[in-house]
Write a protein that binds this ligand. Structure first.
Ligand code: ZN
Length: 486
């Protein structure tokens, strides 16, 4: 079993792992690099393997950093099947179409700027892909993977299991004559406001595991919920607009469901809620469609004939003209808009109109990279540059950190606890985070190795410790964990 990672090796984006299992080659995820110019330049590099020699592609979940290069793979010759769960297929369509739109809009913007500077059009790199490329990629999706059911993918036995990260997210058990391997994809926070816990994995010979938050512990969900409620109450008292920048997938639905729950329980006044993101509205539709995949509270609301993601005061804002009109609405209102780090999207014009008012509240529920606009605001900038203007930051800023959709260190160790392998391969983490995780693994009798960028590694074979770590019995649970409330 050989692994070669062409993304998410020593970084957290661009997930793309080539597995060589006997004479078969499978690609696990095909994600886009995001974050800075240096990383994003890697999206334009040719693939370092023969695209046409792949026997199959499997997507673990629909985040852009796991699916965003799929149209490129197809553009460069891949014609085989792309396997995933049904909700992942539905969300992948939304994510890739939005990505193509952003690519084309970005290209047009760069083109206009280049022309103003007197540069030739061919100085501007073309979009990575366009809508028609996305449709060609979507035509290859095979949404037949089901949690807990073994499927044959190019002759390899593959069992997807619930990863509890976002709707449809799976980790993969791959069984070959050389051994049993787990590919974690992204694992969920077991204190999620929407997702069921990941299914404890069975015993295997090797694990490739994500390590986004392998060096930290999340705040417990009840504390997060309390913080969010208190921030909302205080913000309503302030009387101004309440801006919640939010990622379109998972975070928006978690916030909508939490708002509905708090308002229905009378814990937060029923003020208007504007969902100002067409992409988030489409994703929310998929969460509604597949709501029986989510926590018992969501399923119970569905069974009662209600929409778990629709507070009674919700307005979905379809067009940007209507988005502008929200600014004329008087009185307190909650505005949920993308993007999550405030670096683009409709949240920007809401910030421009309201950030300078002391009555405004900005409730930050998503990770903010230090260099992003959101990062500068949460670290106390008193002025920011926004849509060509200098805007004072006078709004009250509430930062609520517990909404993460990623496993923390305790979650990762719980996952490894039943996987029963002494050898763990680390991907999807920053180098310092992975380095900090290694001694934690060692203290538990596990050997960790950081998967190098683009270099092939043998996951099992001579030289690697086999057998089970100390104290491990082979009675690992394979069924789903009992759910809260059942
Ligand atoms: Zn993810």
């Amino acid at each position: 079993m050989q692994l070669q990672s062409f993304g998410a090796a020593c970084t957290v984006t661009g997930s793309m792992h080539l597995l060589t299992l006997g004479d078969r080659q499978l690609l696990i995820d095909c994600g886009l690099f995001q974050g800075n110019d240096e990383l994003e330049a890697r999206n334009r590099e040719p693939f370092s393997f023969d695209v046409t020699a792949l026997d199959g592609v499997i997507l673990t979940h629909a985040h852009l950093d796991h699916v965003g290069r799929l149209p490129l793979l197809v553009k460069r010759g891949y014609r085989g099947p792309v396997h995933c769960t049904a909700p992942t297929a539905a969300l992948t369509e939304t994510v890739l179409l939005d990505s193509a739109r952003l690519q084309v809009d970005g290209y047009r913007h760069d083109l206009r700027r280049a022309r103003r500077q007197g540069l030739a059009d061919d100085q501007v790199p073309p979009p990575l892909y366009e809508e028609e490329d996305v449709h060609r990629a979507l035509a290859l999706l095979r949404p037949s993977l089901t949690f807990g059911e073994t499927a044959g993918v190019a002759g390899v036995r593959v069992t997807p299991q619930r990863a509890g990260h976002i709707l449809g997210s799976a980790y993969l058990l791959l069984e070959t004559p050389d051994g049993r391997l787990l590919m974690s994809g992204d694992l969920g926070n077991r204190e999620s406001g929407l997702q069921l816990d990941f299914t404890p994995p069975p015993a295997v010979d090797a694990v490739v595991i994500e390590t986004t938050y392998a060096n930290r512990t999340h705040r417990p969900w009840p504390a997060t919920l309390g913080e969010f409620r208190d921030a909302l109450r205080e913000s309503v008292r302030q009387g101004g607009k309440i801006l919640i920048p939010s990622f379109a997938i998972e975070r928006t639905q978690t916030i909508l469901h939490t708002l509905k729950t708090l308002m229905d329980a009378g814990e937060v006044p029923r003020i208007p809620v504007f969902l100002d993101s067409p992409m988030a509205a489409r994703a929310t539709h998929e969460y509604f469609e597949y709501g029986d995949e989510l926590i018992p509270e969501v399923r119970a609301t569905l069974q009662a004939g209600e929409d778990p993601f629709r507070p009674s005061t919700l307005h979905v804002v379809p067009t940007s003209a209507e988005s502008q009109r929200i600014n004329r609405y008087d009185g307190p209102a909650i505005i949920l808009a993308g993007n999550g780090m405030m670096t683009g999207g409709r949240i920007q014009h809401h910030l421009k109109h309201h950030l300078w008012k002391p009555t405004t509240s900005l409730i930050v529920v998503s990770y903010q990279s230090p260099s992003s606009l959101g990062g500068r605001i949460v670290t106390g900038a008193d002025h920011v540059r926004l849509m060509g203007e200098d805007i004072a930051v006078r709004a009250r800023v509430h930062t609520i950190g517990g909404f993460s959709a990623h496993a923390d260190q305790d979650d990762l160790l719980a996952f490894l606890g039943t996987a029963g392998t002494p050898h763990v391969w680390l991907v999807h983490g920053e180098p310092d985070v992975m380095a900090a995780f290694l001694p934690v693994l060692e203290a538990r009798g596990l050997k960790g190795d950081i998967v190098p960028d683009r270099q092939p590694v043998n996951l099992t074979g001579p030289g690697f410790p086999q057998g089970r770590p100390p104290g491990f019995t082979d009675e690992a649970p394979t069924g789903p964990r009992p759910e809260a409330g059942e």
